[in-house]
Structure formats: C-alpha cells, structure tokens
Design a protein around this ligand. Sequence first.
Ligand code: DAH
Length: 355
Amino acid sequence: MDELRTKYLGEIAGAADEVALERLRVAALGKKGEVSLRMRELGGMTPAERQVAGPALNALKDEINGAIAAKKAALEDASLDARLKEEWLDVTLPARQRARGSVHPVSQVTEEVTAVLADMGFAVAEGPQIESDWYNFDALNIPHHHPARTEMDTFYMAQAEGDNRSPHVLRTHTSPVQIRAMQERGSPLRVICPGRVYRADYDQTHTPMFHQVEGLAIDRDISMANLKWVLEEFFSAFFGTTVRTRFRASHFPFTEPSAEVDIQCSWEGGTVKVGEGEGWLEVLGSGMVHPKVLEAGGIDSSKWQGFAFGIGIDRLAMLKYGIPDLRAFFDSDLRWLRHYGFAPLDVPTLHGGLQ
Ligand code: DAH
C-alpha cells in the first residue's frame, strides 16, 4: 500500500494538466484501478485483516482524491495566472480616434425651419424628386411656352422613342408637392414641403441641385394678411430677432396676386445682418394660390382659398450662419463640414432657442 501511495502521490504532483490527472484517477480509483482492485480483495480477508486493511485503503483513496483535487486547483490557478499575464491591458492608454460626423448646415436649417412652422400647425409633406411635367408645370398653371420649361433650365429624364407617357423632370421647385398634398389631404390644409430641387444652373450663387421649402395654407377665409403674419413670425423665430418684411408685387403663374418678399437687413461692414438697418434682401416668392391650382389639386376654388410661399433653404443657411459661397455646400470638403457642421445631438427646438 505504501508503494501505491508513493507512486500515485508522486505522479499526481508531477501531472502536467487535467487530462493527465484524470488518467491517474482512473488508474488508481476507476473500476479497474489499482486501489479499487485492492478494495475488492477485502471480501476474501479474515475479519481481523479486513479491520486493518479496510480503513487503510479508504484513507489511501481519500488521500489520492484529495491530492488530485489540490493539484487540479493548483493547475487552474497557474493557467489563470498565465492568462492574466498574457491578456494584460493598460486601461490608462488613450482611446483610439474615432471619426465623428457633423450635421450639414442644410439639414440643420431644414430642421430649424420645420420646428418653427410645425409649431404654427404646418405638417411636413413630401413628394418625389423625379416628377411628371404635369405636377411640376401644368398643374401649377405654368403654360407650355413658359421659359422655365425649356431644356435650358430643366433637367428632363431621357425618354425612349415611342414612349408616350408624360415626360418626367427632376423637379425644378417644391411647388408640385402642393398639388400632391391637396390631392392626398384635401382641405382645410396646412403643410410645408422641404426638399431637393434641380435646375440647369451653375455659378457662385447657383448649383444644379439645391433646397427649397414650400408652405401652403388653405381654408375658407385665408388672406395675404395671414401670409404676412406667418412669414414675420417665421423669420423672427428663425433668426432669433424681430424681422420686418416688405412685400413687392410680382408674378408667378401659380399665385394671384403674387408677391416677392424681402426681409429687413443691414449691409454695414460688408456683411449682411438680418433684422436690423434699413436695407432689404429678397428671400422668397409667395401669393394667394391660383384657383386653377386649387382645382388641379381637387379643391373647390369657390369654397376654399389659401396662400403659398417658397423659400431657398441653402440661402437661409448662408444668411443665418454667414456662409459665403453656395458651391462649397456640396463639395463634401471635410474641413468645411467640420467648420460649418453642427453637433449631431444638437437637435433644434423652439424651447432651446433653435440654435
Ligand atoms: N416655385 C417658385 C420658385 O421656385 C417659388 C414660389 C413662388 C413658391 C411663389 C410659391 C409661391 O409657393 O407662391 O421660384
């Protein structure tokens, strides 16, 4: 028994891993293990012999089990130590740089405009950027011979020979969304339609793609006075200062009467400041919706009337944030975006003072 004891305790102490330990356990205490076989021999012994050999064998069995458990714990400790050493991590190292985007001024201003007008009860409506020439022109009372319809100004979609569907264009303004909103929602109606528009134009103040927001309010007794109030409220909230407006008679096919609207500004020191001074800056077109336009939208023009306006969003962004060149808006220059961009979590709200 001493021999067995020395042999197994020695081998357990030298075992390299858990597999070796398990093999030793089976060799000693498994069904056919050396210690187990000895225990089976107890049956053939005299009671006196058994009284000595029994407890001794049991003690040996316990000792081997104990040694295996202790060795197993020691092996686990050692492997944990090794892992800790290997997977050591310096949490005081600076973090890796992660690129962080910014919100483009056009997106920011679109949100700001929407926040102000939504507060006045205007819902946001959208329409397709590829629009039929009926929605883009005819429904808006723009005649066939109108200069805006020439290929000089408008991007027409290619059309196959023999395709007699009505031609499609990249919408040249957000006004066609007026028609869609009237058709879909009926009257009374109060919507704004922000979005991209396209014209064949490129210089310091024009890009082939730019952004507009359309406003449309229809009810039984809407007048130009409501339009003026809405616009003055809008500009004052948007620029964060009282802004006066000036209406000048103008002409648009889709409104009658029509007005171009200027906002008060000063030109002192070579920069434009909105809401002060004696100067004026043209910012939008507007008017009372033409009866033919109401009818095209499925609205009875003998019962309903309304105003509409259209503003350039990019232009508003340039004015509010002092951005000089329109073309830079769409160059995707990272330095420009970092400089003029907005923090992603700065969502414009009225209670936050917009910006
Ligand atoms: N659609 C016009 C443009 O793109 C702007 C405009 C003028 C919109 C008068 C209107 C409006 O709703 O009433 O130049």
